[in-house]
Design a protein around this ligand. Sequence first.
Ligand code: NAD
Length: 488
Amino acid sequence: MQKFQQYIGGEFSGGGAQFESIDPATGRPWALMPEARVDDVNRAVEAAEHALFSPEWSGMAASQRGRLLYRLAELVAENAGRLAELETRDTGKIIRETSAQIAYVAEYYRYYAGLADKIEGAHLPVDKPDMEVWLRREPIGVVAAIVPWNSQLFLSAVKIGPALAAGCTVVLKASEDAPAPMLEFARIFDQAGFPKGVLNVITGFGDQCGSVLTSHPKVNHVAFTGGPSTARHIVRNSAENLASTSLELGGKSPFIVFEDADLESAVNAQIAGIFAATGQSCVAGSRLVVQNSIKEEFLARLKEKAEKIVIGAPDDMATEIGPLCTQRQRDHAAELIAASVRQGARIVAGGVVSEGEGFYFPPTILDCSDAPETPAVTCEFFAPILSVLGFDTEAEALEIANNTEFGLASGLFTRDLARAHRMIRGIRAGIVWVNTYRAVSPIVPFGGHGLSGHGREGGLQAALDYTRVKSVWLRTSDEPIPDPFIMR
Ligand code: NAD
């Protein structure tokens, strides 16, 4: 079995406790991962804090931080093939997707490299003529970055990129379900030339090392991506250190199709929206909300495409759907489908889990028109399962779309421009994709509200969120300071 090492204070080590990582395509262990214990977490945070105040990092010009981030971007691009192979092996995500996504991850580092020397303070025109007042933007401090197993390289880039651009240091905890790509990323990061301890990468179990990390007194900010129930633990943990938090959580995103839409595009976008990444995507368009006048035709076209999807080994370039990441995930999806069917949902496609090795799950479509409150409609599956509800009027479409505790993404297909604008105003979600789905860019903020969390990743604001403002008052008068009991 391959062995991986964690990265603390610029050193690699793997000698302590270890755990097995499972290959989702076979269900068998394939690698040994270091299991961070309390002592490792403490060392990683100490290393990050030491680096934060070191002259090598705190005294480094912002443009030089940018140059190091550029170097990191180049290294990620050069090593994209190996990173993709490891991500595919450890998560079961298909190689077509991991290759394309990791090549694009380099763009995120490039974007934040360019931003490093554009994080500016401000001069304030105060109401006191003998004072100069300005704001300095300083790094928020030591950042604990916690990522889920899916798209770890991407989800960590949107944390590490802005945090380092702003001059912070980071302890990243990789997911225990598939840590290999992040531990390999640490090896690549090490070659970029950052001072030791600027980034530390550990892995281990959430309720153990994750809790210690997020409540650590020397952690100033927690950047978390994962599920809402874990987010609640994290917010409780942060009551210990009063760290600020940004939370990127799950979704149950509506995909709304009006009868005037380009149906071929809408069908293809819906197939990609729910079945890409084997449905294991926070922005999966997992609730189809379709106008009743075209519902049967739309479902027939979806079913035809869904049943042609190539299910197979994740490392085969021909595969379109691979296994789910964990047995736990597959069991969870099967239970929710069974419960939904018992409550009146109708299986249009898939639904039956085949026997055999690996955590495979077929693309599944459930018509929930007679069961609109079933788990298929209300719960995040993180599996290739689409629920379908019909509507007659625009008002009904909006009501169904907004009938969720989540608020991450949404899709809207219509050719009617005025209606599109009305819907954009009414949809309660952090992202609205109109006549497209799943487009992302480093320049565009990403995030949601409600059970989907708070804060935004991507874009300029994300870098500003890794800073805190220091207000500086400078008295310009040469006159002696007068009576101390009169404040000016
Ligand atoms: P998860 O919440 O189970 O785990 C995420 C991370 O949190 C892991 O690294 C885990 O070890 C850690 N963790 C668990 N308990 C912890 C604790 N008590 N303290 C600190 N850390 C702890 O999520 P998952 O199952 O790995 O991933 C799926 C979830 O992630 C879905 O809900 C999905 O929607 C969400 N997600 C959201 C986004 C987004 O950007 N909004 C992107 C991808 C995934």
